[in-house]
Ligand binder design. Structure first.
Ligand code: NAP
Length: 642
């Protein structure tokens, strides 16, 4: 069988190929040429990338060099086409590592190579696929309930299906995608490059943008769900309200409520929570909020019936969502007032709103492993490198400004990007240059649209705190009234209240919310002592602030959960839960590590990562390569079985 990543055979003419090559990432193309020609010398000459930066996919190659590669490529691709596009010969490990290092212009440490190769699937094998060693009868006796059909819940469904384990997904929305189903606000798009932000085993050449907008993302999850025929397993528009463990029968009783109010009960031997951390909108307590007589809604509950044309709009909050909304609605509204409590760090990404050209789509579809190497090129710069800038040097002076030398350099780079856009405008500079260390909160991708919007005459940025809202406006603490017709709350999510508002009751009636309080924690972010056969995806301690992709993390978690289910079912166990000592040790080490990171530093005053004590329990402080290694195979000694 043809390697699925070897590309579909083609018969395009030289002219058509030459046209396509105008769009593509030239360094990525060169690696594809090595596969087509089996000639590593193609990357051992003078034509090579000169440097690495996230989303700079041309490796800073000169126009002349790129043109030279295109000429060379035409020969290699033409020959490959004329030979009938055969499946390329496998490339040995040594050469693969050489190709990796060539593409990213730096050494790739050995410990990363197996993870990257697995992620790239160059051998055409999805080695994260789930298998069950148990008999069909044992599997049939082990129904699983998955809560949520966002990216992680859908993944859970795909893997459970592969393993032949019966399952039901309960989803409160009417379709798949989770956050990509709910967040339909104007301008909603992903800020991790889409050719990486997709399942490793379900790449697509269909993205129309490098950073797709919400409808396209939702359509992707729908397509993947249909392909894997997961839909028939989902109860749509049904919300899980509680799940209770019964020790005597070793089952979970899951209660759910449909949108029409009908209550139902499901019984499961295991529960996988896949609700994410960014599901429940957060509305701030602002005096008078309820007294506003105009239309008001949260960014995640956008009211599309409200026509913004000719309206004065207040947008409260300017985080990742607000950052996308303001530039998108500014043309439409009569006046936009952005109330931003804390300025945001941002960094340049010229591709952010760019369409994917037909040449790139052609290369993804036809050129052997082009998409796989492109995925690697997007993954690598965000793979653990951001941790260096986020690590606190306790001896660094003036930590309100920067927490280490690397962090200071990052600050300078980000500041330069901001000031290069606003020219000589000290008032605006004072408002938009953050007063806390770089990367202290989630750093935003920027192509200049945010600051351009703020410099419009019909847009105001207000940094003065809000005092209250009244019937027809927002009043700041300096007494200024801002009369508005519509208020958009782009105020984020109840991220620290993991699994809220569900009630999860484990052994001896232990309530998970009481257990966690403001300090949610699970072993590897997945399992909790006292809550047998209960597994979290995107659980506490697994959000990512310094790079990577949540889909990568979900794939790690689901492989681990599949391994746990195999232990349970094949081992004939009724239940398993993580050892308390192992979990305590994990939480202690995670917190120790987290306290060395800028996200938990007191210089960052407001952050949705922090609980009311300023502690961070939702994020991972760990390297992706470590988390990948730790979650490959569940270690039986970490668990108690019953
Ligand atoms: P967010 O980053 O938490 O931003 C919320 C905004 O509301 C911040 O400006 C915050 O100010 C402000 N705010 C909160 N409470 C307030 C209060 N009481 N008074 C005044 N202002 C208040 O939420 P988000 O923008 O929805 O983004 C959340 C996360 O969703 C992101 O970090 C990201 O993980 C994800 N997301 C991703 C994308 C993407 O991929 N492109 C897009 C959107 C969202 P402070 O900063 O002062 O707290």
């Amino acid at each position: 069988m043809r390697n699925p990543h070897a590309g579909q055979p083609f018969t395009d003419s030289d002219e058509e190929i030459a046209e396509a090559l105008l769009d593509v990432s030239i360094p990525t193309l060169m690696l594809s040429l090595v596969h087509m020609s089996s000639d590593p010398n193609l990357i051992r000459g003078a034509l090579k990338p000169a440097g690495l930066f996230l989303n700079e996919v041309q490796g800073y190659m000169s126009e002349d060099d790129k043109a030279a590669v295109r000429i060379l490529a035409l020969d290699v691709i033409g020959d490959y086409r004329d030979r009938g596009c055969p499946d390329p010969e496998p490339v040995n490990g040594e050469l693969l590592k050489e190709m990796m290092e060539w593409l990213v212009c730096e050494p790739v440490p050995d410990e990363y190579v197996p993870m990257l190769l697995e992620e790239m699937e160059l051998d055409g094998r999805d080695s994260r696929a789930a298998h069950s060693s148990a008999s069909a009868a044992a599997r049939d006796d082990f129904p699983v309930v998955v809560i949520g059909c966002g990216e992680s819940g859908l993944l859970a469904g795909i893997r459970l299906k592969e393993a032949g384990i019966p399952f039901t997904i309960v989803e409160k929305n009417a379709g798949p995608g989770g956050t990509w189903y709910r967040n339909t606000y104007p301008g909603a798009r992903v800020d991790v490059g889409n050719h990486f932000y997709c399942y490793s085993f379900e790449p697509t050449d269909q993205w129309t943008h490098f950073f797709a907008e919400q409808p396209e993302l939702q359509a992707y999850f729908q397509r993947v769900m249909d392909k894997h025929d997961v839909g028939p397993h989902v109860r749509w528009e049904t919300e899980v309200t509680e799940a209770n463990w019964d020790d005597a029968t070793a089952t979970w009783t899951v209660r759910a409520r449909a949108v029409d109010g009908a209550e139902s009960t499901l019984h499961a031997r295991a529960v996988i929570s896949a609700v994410g951390q960014l599901d429940r909108p957060f509305l701030p307590t602002i005096t008078g909020r309820e007294s506003f007589t105009g239309k008001a809604f949260h960014s995640a509950e956008w009211d599309h019936s409200v026509d913004l044309r000719g309206r004065r709009v207040a947008m409260i909050g300017g985080g990742a969502s607000g950052f996308q909304i303001a530039p998108t609605i500014a043309d439409e509204v009569e006046h936009l007032t952005v109330f931003q409590r804390t300025a945001q760090w941002m960094f340049p990404n010229p591709n952010y709103h760019e369409p994917v050209g037909p040449g790139v789509q052609w290369a993804l579809r036809h050129l052997p492993f082009y998409g796989r190497w492109y995925r690697f090129l997007l993954f690598w710069p965000g793979c653990d490198k951001g941790l260096a800038a986020a690590r606190v040097d306790p001896d660094y002076p003036d930590p309100q400004r920067a927490v280490s030398e690397v962090n200071e350099i990052t600050r300078m780079m980000f500041t330069e990007w901001i000031t290069s856009q606003i020219g000589d405008d000290p008032d605006l500079a004072a408002k938009v240059i953050p007063d806390y260390p770089a990367t202290g909160k989630r750093t935003l991708q920027d192509n200049g649209s945010w600051l351009k919007t703020l410099t419009r005459d019909d847009v105001d940025l207000v940094r003065t705190p809000i005092d209250h809202v009244d019937a027809d406006g927002v009043v700041t603490v300096d007494g200024t009234r801002h009369p508005v017709d519509v208020i958009v709350y782009a105020t984020g999510f109840r991220a620290t209240e993991v699994l809220w508002p569900m009630t999860i009751t484990g052994r001896d009636g232990d309530d998970l919310r009481d257990r966690w309080g403001e300090r949610p924690a699970a072993y590897l972010g997945i399992t909790v002592p006292g809550f047998p056969n209960f597994f979290c995806m995107y659980g506490p301690g697994t959000n990512l602030a310094s790079g990577g992709s949540l889909i990568f993390h979900s794939e790690c978690q689901m492989r681990y959960i599949s391994g746990c289910l195999d232990h349970l079912i094949d081992g004939g166990h009724r239940w398993m839960e993580p050892r308390q000592d192992k979990t305590d040790d994990w939480v202690r080490r995670s917190q120790e590590e987290m306290r060395t990171m800028v996200w938990a530093h007191p210089s960052v005053e407001h952050s949705f990562y922090k609980n009311s004590h300023g502690e961070v329990y939702t994020l991972s402080p760990w390297r992706l390569v470590d988390y990948w290694a730790w979650t490959r195979v569940p270690e039986p000694d970490d668990f108690v079985f019953g």
